[in-house]
Design a protein around this ligand. Structure first.
Ligand code: KIV
Ligand code: ZN
Length: 388
């Protein structure tokens, strides 16, 4: 039997913290509804104490969304937790996400505290949140750079205090996949009562390893992944939803883990978030970038035209993209040009094709993007030449 991974989407909290990505409440509701349609299990809707706008968004998203759990972020501070609980009052299923830093950087430099005091504050915050909701998630901020033994003590104590989910963030995107995987395994092996909570990953992408770290965490026992659409988030971003979900789907035979995501909605949700947040997706972004299913070199185009699977590991229709594209460039071969001509309704014999191909290469050397009207003109020129 396969295992289930819970998808916790933080596009509207960690993603929305990015300068220039701020959304108004109406826009946030639109994204939340799209996330619900996509099938995410948890929507982190905001940090209610941070501003009246964030508070209102959590309230309105709670009203607008039915199926996913709505989560509100807090620090390990009673006032934050009171305000989060108030913002969640309309949520059908509400979760408070509270926590504190556990790395030496956070304990000493940021919080000017001691490990023992941090442990006490962590436990107190979870107990306080439990007064309001059954579902309490604890985050050990900067767990990536936290000492494993100390982290295990904190996690054991918060589970005992009632935490239902324990989040192990690689806040600074510092770890490498083998280290992050070992960290999760260490917790699985050393925390008494770990079976009473779900382990969550929350990886940042500072070294470009957020997805790899998340997958390493899942392989070692995490069953919730915190992600954002298009990987947006603080600095270099968070783990991207589409990468984790499509890794699990494409490598199901190896991982044997499922999600509830309706993958056919991935592309349209990516477009919605990119448009509303005014945050372009890089063309070579895995899964949702403009070039993710575009083939431009002659050898690849020929291979794909013979059988899509020669160069594609994902069927584009699985993520809601109609078809892969064969881009005509100076690197394209005759096979790609012939294919485009056929799609456009031109049947050329070999001599005609050779003639048009020669002209095509001349043009493609001068022009980066060869469009259908360019191709039509090339065929027209060839036909006129033949008539003369
Ligand atoms: O990156 C992080 O540690 C966070 C926590 C608040 C969960 O975003
Ligand atoms: Zn984060």
């Amino acid at each position: 039997m396969s295992d289930r991974l819970y998808i916790f989407d933080t596009t509207l909290r960690d993603g929305e913290q990015v300068p220039g990505c701020q959304l108004n409440t109406v826009e946030k509701i639109e994204v939340a509804r799209a996330l619900e349609e996509l099938g995410v299990d948890v929507i982190e809707a905001g940090f209610p104490i941070s501003s009246p706008g964030d508070f209102d968004s959590v309230v309105e998203i709670s009203k607008a969304v039915t199926w996913p759990t709505i989560c509100a972020l807090t620090r390990a501070v009673e006032k934050d937790i009171d305000v989060a609980a108030e913002a969640l009052k309309y949520a059908k299923k509400g979760r408070i996400h509270t926590g504190i830093g556990t790395s030496p950087y956070h304990i000493y430099n940021k919080l000017n505290s001691t490990p023992e005091e941090i442990l006490e504050r962590a436990v107190a915050a979870v107990k306080y949140a439990k007064k309001y909701v059954e579902d309490v998630e604890f985050y050990a901020e900067d767990a990536g750079r936290s000492d494993n033994e100390y982290l295990a003590r904190v996690i054991e104590a918060v589970i005992k205090a009632g935490a239902t989910v324990v989040n192990i963030p690689d806040t600074t995107g510092y770890t490498m996949p083998h280290e992050f995987g070992e960290k999760i395994k260490y917790l699985v092996d050393n925390v008494r009562g770990i079976e009473n909570a779900i382990i969550s990953t929350h990886c940042h992408n500072d070294l470009g390893m957020a997805t790899a770290n998340t997958i390493a965490g899942i392989i070692n026992g995490a069953r919730q992944a915190e992600v954002t659409i298009n990987g947006i988030g603080e600095r270099a971003g968070n783990t991207s939803l589409e990468e984790v979900v499509m890794t699990l789907k494409s490598r199901y035979q190896v991982l044997n883990i499922d999600t509830n995501i309706n993958t056919k909605n991935i592309y349209k949700t990516s477009r919605l978030v990119s448009t509303l947040m005014n945050m372009p997706v890089q063309p070579n972004k895995a899964i949702v970038g403009r070039n993710a299913f575009a083939h431009s070199s002659g050898i690849h185009q020929d291979g794909v035209l013979k059988n899509r699977e020669n160069y594609e590991i994902i069927d584009p229709t699985d993520v809601g993209i109609n078809e892969s594209s064969i881009v005509l460039t100076a690197r394209s071969g005759r096979a790609a040009l012939k294919h485009r001509l056929e799609v456009m309704g031109f049947e050329l014999d070999q001599a005609q094709l050779d003639e048009v191909y020669g002209r095509f290469l001349d043009l493609a050397d001068k022009k980066k993007d060869i469009r259908d009207d360019d191709v039509a003109l090339l065929v027209g020129d060839a036909e006129r030449k033949e008539r003369r």
